[in-house]
Design a protein. Structure first.
Length: 266
């Protein structure tokens, strides 16, 4: 497949997790390793079409600032493949805990499939929760599908609320709609909120601001599929380095600031 067609295919595809999205994009970008102008255009195009992905912006920023783009692409792929976020989450969750999740989170879903002792409340936001319920029902453990109207009750009844985000910055984290309400209910009822953010999700302020602006542009807040949630509502963050405080998680990022990515795609 021609690299341009490959990128278009990736941009049109839906339902992919962040690792798959980065892997497929990286494979296409390898073809532009000796074409700096084409590489910039390809990265802009993907960011414009998949604006809510922190790892995709992380990949593009690292590649565009690297002396050897092809080597950097391979390094990013290796780091993404070796991400231990799901493994750390599986180790940190208490035995036989009741957890509340929203929709169909990728890393959290991987964790729940590793653990068969958890009680899982899956809130069916955006009509995606039933996919996770079906997958978990095939294994040991207890799982219940919760209608969106029961979001608050599910959050208050859990031992921990798990909210997954593909983009985190100093201004908050981007998560599926309903996450702000779930976090607020948990916060006021004393239920811990753990933010799950895998490799490449944490961005510096300029990159975070650009991502949020593009993701939410032209959409009424009550109609958006995603929303920004305050970091003040998260108690801990589970990421590639394990379970850490919010300050530790957002204090450092290996994503460079690349103004060229903010320009309109050609």
């Amino acid at each position: 497949m021609h690299p341009i067609e490959h990128l278009r295919y990736v941009a049109r595809s839906s339902g992919w997790g962040q690792e798959s999205l980065v892997r497929e994009t990286a494979g296409a970008l390898l073809s532009f390793g000796h074409d700096p102008a084409g590489l910039v255009t390809a990265c802009r195009s993907m960011i414009a079409r998949r604006p809510s992905s922190g790892p995709l912006m992380w990949l593009a920023a690292r590649v565009l600032t690297a002396a050897d783009p092809r080597s950097e692409i391979r390094m990013c792929l290796r780091e993404m493949t070796e991400d231990k976020t799901a493994r750390f989450l599986a180790l940190e969750l208490p035995v036989e805990a009741t957890v509340c999740v929203l929709g169909r989170p990728d890393l959290v879903g991987d964790t729940l499939r590793r653990r068969g002792d958890l009680h899982v409340l899956v809130v069916d936001v955006l009509g995606e929760g039933h996919h996770l319920v079906r997958r978990l029902s095939e294994q040991d453990g207890w799982v219940a599908e919760v209608a969106e109207s029961g979001l608050g009750a599910a959050a208050a009844s859990a031992d921990v609320v798990l909210l997954e985000s593909a983009a985190v910055g100093p201004g908050g984290f981007l998560a599926v709609s309903g996450s702000r309400a779930a976090a607020a209910v948990a916060h006021t009822t004393g239920v811990p909120v753990w933010l799950v953010a895998g490799r490449g999700a944490v961005l510096p302020a300029p990159m975070w601001d650009a991502l949020v602006a593009r993701t939410l542009a032209g959409v009424e807040p009550w109609e958006a599929d995603r929303e920004v949630v305050s970091l003040a509502l998260a108690d801990m963050v589970v990421g590639p380095e394990g379970l850490v405080t919010v300050a530790e998680a957002v204090g450092e990022t290996d994503c460079p600031v690349v103004p060229e990515l903010f320009c309109a795609a050609d």
